[in-house]
Design a protein around this ligand. Structure first.
Ligand SMILES: Nc1nc2c(ncn2[C@@H]2O[C@H](COP(=O)(O)OP(=O)(O)O)[C@@H](O)[C@H]2O)c(=O)[nH]1
Ligand SMILES: [Mg+2]
Length: 230
């Protein structure tokens, strides 16, 4: 796959970034070879992230520090492509995986595709995945930062919570009836401190809420006559 020259964009990449000046340039350049537009949401970085991303060819949107979820929601509003891919700014994700990630959507087999990591690093993420699988059995890596979704779906998401774990599949599936697929991805090893993610504790609450809401929504969808329709 290469960018669709002269046509309306099909694939847009949204990269939330916080203090990633040393890595973002390469990520943007490599993503640009397979995507039609690359949008970096700079979340109040105190380093040169925005300038480096711009020099590498990204469209940069700036916001005052509001966190990962707010950044991807902001990026979704900027997207012009039919499919949007989110990926980390730190170089962990390989843009070469983008064509495989978007294929199920372009072939209308899925609305959301998760880039599944071979190993999920944090125990707390694995627990949230286990909870989410009670409702979406085919989703094994709900906290992955590398995913593709239809733009119309992205714009409908409320994405509440402290991170994307669990919520990233439960909300689209439970509230909107989206189809979820996953494809394996390779993770590059990046030398940076891996924070203990305390925000996974409150996240359990959000995930449980969606699981309970799922029962109500299923009833609602049955009576409303069906699934989300792009
Ligand atoms: N917008 C925004 N992005 C963030 C923030 N913290 C991390 N990121 C970005 O979100 C992505 C995932 O963060 P990362 O530290 O790689 O998480 P990990 O891969 O789960 O260890 C990276 O692109 C970061 O630059 C934040 O506070 N706001
Ligand atoms: Mg990362």
């Amino acid at each position: 796959m290469s960018p669709s020259e002269g046509q309306s964009p099909r694939v847009s990449v949204v990269i939330p970034a916080y203090n990633e000046a040393t890595r973002i340039g390469g990520v943007v350049r490599r993503a640009s070879t397979v995507a039609d537009e690359v949008i970096v949401v700079d979340d109040g970085s105190t380093d040169n992230t925005a300038a480096v991303a711009e020099a590498a060819g990204a469209r940069v949107v700036r916001q005052t520090k509001a966190g990962y979820i707010a950044a991807i929601r902001r990026g979704f509003r900027e997207v012009r492509g039919e499919v949007v891919v989110t990926m980390d700014a730190d170089g962990e994700h390989d843009p070469k995986d983008i064509p495989r990630l978007v294929t199920p959507i372009l072939e209308n087999r899925a609305d959301l595709v998760l880039g599944r990591r071979a190993r999920i690093p944090r125990l707390s993420e694995r627990f949230l995945d286990w909870l989410a699988r009670l409702r979406v059995p085919q989703a094994h890596d709900t906290g992955t930062g590398f995913r593709a979704l239809r733009r119309e779906l992205a714009l409908k998401l409320q994405l509440r919570g402290r991170c994307i774990c669990g919520i990233s599949v439960l909300e689209p599936v439970v509230a909107l009836g989206a189809r979820v697929a996953e494809v394996p991805i390779q993770l590059a090893r990046v030398e940076k401190p891996r924070r203990i993610a305390w925000f996974h504790l409150p996240q359990v609450w959000y995930v449980l809420r969606w699981l309970v809401a799922g029962r109500e929504n299923r009833k609602h969808h049955r009576s409303a006559g069906g699934r989300w329709n792009p």
